[in-house]
Design a protein around this ligand. Structure first.
Ligand code: PMT
Length: 398
């Protein structure tokens, strides 16, 4: 009964694989889930609402209104009720509508109103699955954070053989259970994350900054929040948005502001992941008026900023984890190990500007995780979302 108490919407669309949805609903219920079916008009051609409502014990939702009594079915309420939406089978047409927000039936409006994560199990003929528009639409759904349950290879309804068969109900249930296991993995944890660059003011129009976009730190914040943690995200000046309600965002500009916010928040947390590219120095004097060009050279005096990581390393208690980052250009490992020691970190995430696709601005990163114990894991180039998952799995969940 691993899904006990979970509210799951099972979306069914017009594919022959809809016959498997009855079994899927049955298996979800056997695991303790409460299942609400939302079916498209085409879906009803393949499996009857009577079969489905008999299995789930709930009327099937298909239309915006019930014709005989005028009851309005609220897709917004469904969005709020749900812990997980599974669309199985998902036809090429539904996938296209989801990707493009074409809300012409109850299933798509429910999808667009969804606050819970969404799993999509495509089912179609092999050529439709391989078509560039399907590939592109699935890519768009992935970029929305939807989880695609890859179809299996085998004999299709057309009697052709290839990839496009909806995954078997048992395997979809296994993925749903895995999802909830992972989803809860940071429940009741509070995590502090720093992200982005800092700007150190020189005068009212200029600053010393760096190329950090905030993408790596924001990916960590989203992933921790998605796994149930309460996240305090101290963000330098970036243009990124946060979407998860578990993220409390504190926007700062300078290293000093980031230091104050981080040091204040840290005592109430279970861990801190310091991903920000913090300026080591700031101009000693911040001019009140715009500096004018006077001579061919100009000497700028800088003063060291406080080191947030080192301060947290001093005040951390034995139950707190402290994870730093090191962005290096040379002697990568030696420099990262020095930082572990100097800042009293439990782990350091090493990324090098010598690796293509790693570091600032990219949507990807290539990291090594070095532990205070001397243990080291090297990872290949991955999306920053996947890198965030690797960091969480290897530093917070061991
Ligand atoms: O934001 P993106 O474009 O996605 O890029 C991500 C990233 C490259 C910025 C990120 O992956 C990264 O490597 N961040 C650390 C950048 C860095 O240069 O760190 P550092 O070697 O200067 O500092 C080591 C550690 O001490 C870091 O955890 C840093 O946050 C921390 N530090 C440094 C100075 C300071 N005054 N206070 C700190 O807390």
């Amino acid at each position: 009964m691993e899904l006990k108490g979970k509210h799951i919407i099972l979306g069914i669309t017009g594919s022959i694989a809809a016959y498997k949805s009855a079994m899927l609903a049955r298996l979800l219920i056997k695991e303790g889930a409460e299942v609400q079916i939302v079916i498209t008009p085409a879906g009803k051609e393949f499996i009857t609402p009577v079969t489905l409502s008999a299995l789930t014990g709930k009327p099937v939702v298909s239309e915006f209104f019930t014709a005989n009594d005028g009851t309005w079915h609220s897709h917004v309420d469904l969005g709020l009720w749900t812990d997980l939406m599974i669309i199985a089978p998902a036809t090429a047409s539904t996938i296209g509508k989801m990707a493009n927000g074409i809300a012409d039936n109850m299933l798509i409006t429910t999808y667009l109103s969804m606050k819970a994560p969404v799993m999509v199990a495509p089912a179609m003929d092999l050529d439709m699955f391989a078509h560039p528009s399907t590939i592109r639409n699935l890519e768009i759904l992935r970029s929305y954070g939807n989880i695609i349950i890859e179809p299996a290879e085998g004999e299709l309804a057309s009697h052709l053989t290839g990839k496009g068969r909806m995954e078997e109900p048992e395997k979809i249930v296994a993925q749903a259970k895995d999802f909830f296991r992972q989803h809860q993995s940071l429940a009741n944890k509070k995590i502090l994350i720093t992200a982005g660059p800092t700007y150190e003011k020189l005068d009212p129009v200029r600053f010393i900054g760096n190329y950090s976009s905030g993408k790596m730190g924001f990916a960590l914040a989203e992933e921790c929040a998605a796994r149930g943690a309460e996240v305090i995200l101290v963000a330098g000046p970036v243009s990124l948005k946060t979407s998860h309600p578990n993220i409390k965002r504190i926007d700062v500009e300078s290293a000093e502001e980031m230091y104050n916010a981080a040091v204040k928040s840290f005592p109430n947390t279970d861990a801190a992941i310091l991903c920000a590219a913090v300026a080591d120095y700031r101009p000693t004097v911040q001019a009140q008026e715009k500096l004018k060009r006077k001579s061919e050279t100009m000497i700028l005096e800088l003063t060291a900023n406080k080191d947030i990581a080192a301060e947290l390393g001093k005040i951390k208690n034995k139950n707190q984890r402290l994870i730093g980052f090191a962005l290096e250009t040379h002697d990568e490992t030696a420099n990262a190990l020095k930082k572990i020691e100097n800042k009293n970190l439990d782990f350091i995430i090493l990324n090098s500007l010598n690796d293509k696709g790693a570091g600032f601005k990219y949507d990807t990163n290539k990291i090594s995780i070095l532990a205070q114990s001397g243990h080291r894991i090297d990872f290949p180039l991955k999306s920053k979302k996947e890198v965030a998952a690797d960091i969480i799995n290897s530093t917070l969940l061991i």
